[in-house]
Design a protein around this ligand. Structure first.
Ligand SMILES: *Cc1c(COP(=O)(O)O)cnc(C)c1O
Length: 360
């Protein structure tokens, strides 16, 4: 069996250890005589799976007791609507638009109230994070929204915006668990798990308890009301049980590796290998400003569409797959999430050096 180095932006690589464990338990989970896919979500075995997944996530992220953890479905995109429906008490929200995902969230929220785009980096193809130290935060804003790591463009917030006391809401789909997070800085954090945690189909919402109320916008679907999910401990209806089970295994795996401080150290080391090469290369160059570079998604170009295509083709043949950049940026993008081993990045850089020499 040959595993490739999969640089996909998502769904993406999972730790081999986790996949092997899941394979072993496919037919018989823990002596139950059935696999987790076949199991009632009301069973004792599954209760233990979801409860320990939540506890392990709480341990990893140091989630304070006054925050709830919800496992929901509908993708991160569903939260673009759920957030305004649940949090827009004044029907006003401020959005910082730093990429396509933030833009989509902004456009969706506009359906439910008055949305203000208080900062944007669209003028330069989202290649930087705007200065957010003194933004025109609306007096009556229910929350300020950010996409913490911009998967497509490869930028990230190194410093949180000054929300002037307003609630901060963050999409952390593509950098959750890559480094420690001070959860108390946020009213709500959510992430689709398929980038840096598990298989597609699970979204985790970490929300401060006082924000979970019956006071939601009229017409909010029962399933999208956080209170429904919180009151039912994420079991209002049938959850993505298998997805939650794999996420739980990844949480345990990260704890074993040494937690999020350790992941940050590894991720910084890994990203530095690639960025240092891009900064020294005569052929390849990064597409975003240095200060705002993501640890997870690294877009780069050669400057020639033809060479980009040649590179992607030859890299694929050499076992470095899914390096083609997003259609809105072009070029290449290497997503180097938690599960990408350091040698994957080292070997990619070796390959890039060789390609550069061959195409000089
Ligand atoms: C991938 C992604 C999304 C969309 O996720 P879906 O689960 O496909 O809806 C949203 N936000 C960010 C930051 C992403 O990377």
């Amino acid at each position: 069996m040959a595993r490739v180095y999969n640089f996909s932006a998502g769904p993406s690589m999972l730790p081999v250890e986790v996949l092997k464990e899941a394979a072993e338990e496919m037919l018989d989970y823990n002596g139950t005589g059935m696999g987790v896919m076949e199991m009632s979500h009301r069973s004792k075995a599954f209760a233990e799976i979801i409860e320990s997944a939540e506890q392990d996530l709480r341990d990893l992220m140091n989630i304070p007791d006054n925050y709830k953890v919800l496992f929901v479905q509908g993708g991160a995109s569903q939260q673009f609507a759920a957030i305004p429906m649940n949090l827009m008490k004044n029907r006003v929200a401020d959005y910082i638009v730093t990429g396509q995902w933030a833009k989509k969230a902004y456009e969706e929220a506009c359906k439910y109230g008055k949305c203000n785009k208080i900062a944007s980096s669209e003028d330069k193809t989202f290649s930087y994070i705007p200065d957010c130290s003194d933004l025109p935060i609306s007096d009556d804003a229910d929350y300020v929204y950010i996409c913490h790591n911009n998967t497509i463009y490869g930028t990230t917030f190194k410093k949180l915006p000054n929300t002037k006391g307003k609630l901060l809401v963050a999409d952390m789909s593509s950098d959750i668990l890559s480094q420690p997070v001070n959860v108390s800085d946020y009213g709500l954090i959510y992430f689709g798990v398929q980038k840096n945690v598990g298989p597609a189909g699970v979204v985790v919402v970490i929300i401060r308890e006082d924000l979970i109320t019956d006071d939601v916008l009229e017409g909010t679907p029962t399933m999208l009301k956080y209170k429904t999910q919180a009151d039912a401990a994420s079991l209002y209806n049938t959850p993505n049980a298998y997805g939650i089970y794999i996420c739980g295994k990844v949480f345990k795996h990260l704890k074993k590796l040494g937690g999020l401080e350790k992941m940050k150290e590894i991720n910084e080391k890994k990203a530095k290998i690639l960025y240092d090469f891009l900064d020294s290369s005569k052929l390849f160059k990064g597409t975003v400003v240095k200060e705002d570079r993501s640890l997870m998604n690294v877009p780069f170009v050669t400057g020639s569409d033809e060479l980009d295509a040649k590179f992607v083709k030859e890299a694929t043949e050499a076992g470095f797959v899914n390096l083609k950049g997003h259609r809105s940026v072009g070029g290449m993008r290497a997503s180097i999430y938690n599960a990408m081993p350091i040698e994957g990045v080292e070997k990619l850089v070796e390959f890039m050096k060789k390609f550069e020499a061959d195409n000089a």
